[in-house]
Structures are given as structure tokens and as C-alpha cells.
Ligand binder design. Structure first.
Ligand SMILES: [Zn+2]
Length: 288
């Protein structure tokens, strides 16, 4: 009897533990209002995204990365509007922003920068072919692309897609919602950990600085949402750029002193190793 009781406790503890850790790993998708009809899409599996509810339909920014998270996104949106999702914008080609594309209805028009669409079909980092070459996935790759600028009107509500240049990859776009003075940057901004630069996708840390400066000069936005950080201000972005430039300067001095990559990395925090490697290779003009 005692043994049975113990087993029961053990089994319930296990069930509770499993339920708890699942919850811990992926809290369900939720929408957080930024202002007006503009929301940030948080939690679930994948990056933070956005949703702008226009007069005739919704534009979603970035796709999460599994069916459950996309279903949750769609049902959270249904709680606040019965308007259809018309557009899905991919800010760039990383899996945590595009893998969910395939779980959106086929009627949704997918939009990306032209370089981002090319990146869909690029071999993976290990050289294996991209899943997106599968013809069944063709309807979920970007159908509309642009090079510099594309305006989308949701009735009277305007969304501006802009391209300011290379940085995190060569295909990162900026989504600007003028009425709310808010920008979505995708992964062009990391505030809580060092900036990610995908050198293997043509990314470049020096161009990242120039690209973000161009963005700040061009758009009179006040709020900046991004894939993996809290919403921030212009000043936060200036600080982010100053930090990167200080890191770049330190690396350049050490390269001049003929230090090896390992010696250079030894002078930085462990979590800065990837960014330091990118900068080192850029300064030495080593191809990734
Ligand atoms: Zn991301």
C-alpha cells in the first residue's frame, strides 16, 4: 500500500514536472499592444514579431517557427479582430522568423527583401540543401520582393517596408508604421546579448553600424521593436552602436599588433566570441 502511494506521488510529480517544464520552455503566444492597432507578438517558439490591424485586414511581421505557435498567433488575433490576415512580412531568412510561414493559410501574401528570398534557397551552414527547395513549400516562400522600398496600404493605414543595406545579413528589411511612429527591426538589434552577424549570409558588422545609422536618419520613429529584445528608444540604438564600434576599435588595434584570432577572443567575454570573430575576419578580409 505504501509502495503504491509512493508510486502515485512519483507519477503525479513526473506529470506535474513535465507540464511545468513544457510551460517553462515555451509559454504560449501572446499579443501585447504597442499603441493604436499595433501589437507585438511575444512568446511561443520563434522570435518576437508584430501585427498591425488595418482597415481591411492584418499584416503580420515574422512567422514564429512551429505549427502550434502559428495556430496560437492566429487564435490570439481572432480574439481582437475578425479581419483576415492579408500579409506576412519576413524581416530576414533565419528559421526563427520564417519556419512558421508554412503554417499560415495559403491565401496570405508573403513579402520579403529580394536578398532574403534568395537566402531561403541557400544551402544550410553545414552545406546541406535548404528545405525550401521542396516544391510543396513553394507557396510559403516570399511571393513579393523589393529592393529599396515598398508601401502597403491596409485601407487608409500605411506600412512602409524599407531596406537600408547589409548588416545582420544582406536581406534584412525594416517595417515602419508611420501612424504609430514604430519600427520593427527583426534581428538588426540585439540589446541583451552581443549583436549577431551572419557572415555566412553576407552579414557585416561595420555595414550594420552604417545601415542602422541610415535607418535612424531616415525614419522619425520613436519606438523600435526587434526579434529578441524589449521595445527600445533611439537612444538605446545609439548606445548599441557605440558599444559595437568600441568592440570593433579594440579588435582593429589587436589585428594591427598581429594578434591571432584566439588571442583577440581571449580579451573579450565568452559570449562576444561570435561577434569578435566576425569583426576579426572583416578586418583581415577573411571570407567566412
Ligand atoms: Zn531571430
Amino acid at each position: 500500500m505504501k509502495k503504491l502511494h509512493f508510486t502515485f506521488i512519483l507519477v503525479s510529480a513526473l506529470i506535474m514536472h513535465t507540464a511545468f517544464s513544457q510551460n517553462q520552455e515555451t509559454p504560449p503566444v501572446r499579443l501585447e499592444k504597442i499603441s493604436g492597432n499595433l501589437y507585438e507578438i511575444l512568446d511561443g517558439r520563434g522570435s518576437n514579431g508584430g501585427a498591425y490591424i488595418g482597415d481591411n485586414g492584418i499584416l503580420v511581421i515574422d512567422a514564429k517557427m512551429d505549427m502550434e505557435s502559428v495556430d496560437q498567433t492566429i487564435s490570439e488575433l481572432k480574439k481582437i479582430t475578425d479581419k483576415p490576415i492579408l500579409y506576412l512580412v519576413n524581416t530576414h531568412s533565419d528559421g526563427d522568423h520564417i519556419d512558421g510561414n508554412r503554417f499560415f493559410p495559403e491565401s496570405v501574401t508573403i513579402i520579403a527583401h529580394e536578398n532574403c528570398r534568395n537566402d531561403f534557397f541557400r544551402p544550410k551552414r553545414d552545406g546541406s540543401p535548404s528545405d525550401w527547395n521542396d516544391p510543396e513549400l513553394a507557396p510559403f516562400t516570399p511571393e513579393l520582393t523589393f529592393s529599396e522600398k515598398m508601401d502597403i496600404y491596409l485601407g487608409f493605414k500605411k506600412v512602409e517596408l524599407r531596406y537600408f543595406g547589409t548588416g545582420h545579413t544582406t536581406g534584412d528589411l525594416v517595417v515602419y508604421i508611420p501612424e504609430e511612429k514604430t519600427v520593427f527591426l527583426g534581428d538588426q538589434l540585439f540589446l541583451t546579448r552581443p549583436q549577431l552577424i551572419h557572415s555566412y549570409k553576407g552579414g557585416n558588422s561595420f555595414e550594420h553600424v552604417a545601415t542602422l545609422n541610415r535607418m535612424l536618419e531616415t525614419l522619425d520613429a520613436e519606438k523600435f521593436a526587434s526579434g529578441h529584445s524589449e521595445i527600445c528608444s533611439r537612444e538605446d540604438i545609439h548606445q548599441h552602436l557605440i558599444q559595437i564600434q568600441e568592440l570593433q576599435k579594440k579588435v582593429m588595434i589587436m589585428v594591427e599588433q598581429n594578434k591571432s584570432l584566439d588571442e583577440v577572443k581571449g580579451n573579450f567575454e565568452e559570449n562576444e566570441a561570435r561577434l569578435v570573430t566576425s569583426v576579426y575576419n572583416e578586418v583581415k578580409e577573411i571570407e567566412d
